[in-house]
Design a protein around this ligand. Structure first.
Ligand SMILES: Nc1ncnc2c1ncn2[C@@H]1O[C@H](COP(=O)(O)OP(=O)(O)OP(=O)(O)O)[C@@H](O)[C@H]1O
Ligand SMILES: [Mg+2]
Length: 253
């Protein structure tokens, strides 16, 4: 689905990402982890075509990004930003319906668009806010609305930047399971997560960034190791196989 080769990104004359090589296949649940400031958002935004890359090559579904028209790209990938603060007094349902713009349906809404919007809002439990202003919602509720918008966009690739950072434990699990179901249906998910336990539980493959470079990349078990966590996060951690959930468990000491 996505191939990134030798990617470098420079922002305000500062080298932010250096020589990134990753491949994410269709149907993968891919985790992007790393300390604050390591470049996760920059990488996700570069893949989402929101930032230009200085050097390197990228293909999305086999095509170079410049070979896509804007709307065609918006039918390929959706993006949930890290910061869901918004200054405009938008109606919640209208925000989710913006996800249908790529399908030609924001100003020309049809029944299918209505149905997809409602489905995305029900799945994220945001239908109950449909007539409210986004300004009246809490941080976590707002985050759910932006996830709903991405779901309504109905793209094969979904990019999410810390989508559960403001969510309570019920919604953290709910959203991560929802994304899992989507990958089982063939969609590709690339998500930034800070919670290493949840990342290890849901993501089969991962990229660990450190200071804009790849520190580890591959199967979760190869990435989440004591040594890698010590090198990148400067923590001592015990890593155990949790039989109950069949996943790695990280305990910082
Ligand atoms: N516009 C910019 N100009 C210069 N440097 C920038 C710019 N945006 C981000 N940076 C720097 O790039 C580095 C990576 O930032 P990025 O937002 O990608 O980190 P992150 O891994 O997402 O961090 P966090 O976990 O805190 O969200 C940081 O050191 C940041 O200060
Ligand atoms: Mg970030």
């Amino acid at each position: 689905m996505i191939q990134v080769q030798n990617l470098s990104v420079v922002l305000n004359d500062q080298p932010i990402l250096k020589n990134i090589d990753i491949e994410v296949k269709s149907g993968e649940y891919f985790g992007l982890i790393g300390p604050n400031g390591s470049g996760k958002t920059t990488l996700l935004k570069t893949i989402a075509q929101l930032l230009p890359c200085e050097k390197g090559n990228m293909t999305i579904a086999g095509k170079h990004p410049s070979d896509y028209k804007q709307k065609e790209m918006a039918r390929k990938l959706s993006y949930v930003p890290q910061d869901t603060n918004i200054d405009f007094d938008f109606n919640v349902k209208d925000i989710v319906a913006m996800g249908r713009h790529a399908h030609g349906g924001f100003f020309n809404k049809n029944d299918v668009d209505e149905e997809v919007v409602q489905e995305a809002m029900v799945a994220t439990n945001t239908w109950r806010f449909k007539d409210q202003s986004i300004l009246n919602l809490s941080g976590g509720q707002r985050q759910l609305v932006f996830i709903a918008k991405a779901l309504a966009q109905d793209t094969p690739l979904i990019l999410l930047d810390e989508p559960i950072s403001a969510l309570d434990i019920y919604y953290q699990m709910h959203i991560l399971k929802l994304l899992e179901e989507l990958t089982e249906k063939g969609k590709t998910v690339i998500t930034v997560l800070h919670d290493l336990n949840l990342a290890a539980r849901f993501c089969k493959k991962m990229l660990l960034l450190k200071e804009g470079q790849v520190e580890a990349y591959g199967e979760t078990k190869e990435v989440i190791t004591k040594q890698n966590l010590k090198k990148t996060y400067r923590i001592h951690a015990e890593i155990r196989d949790d039989q109950l959930i069949q996943a790695l468990n990280v305990t910082p000491l």
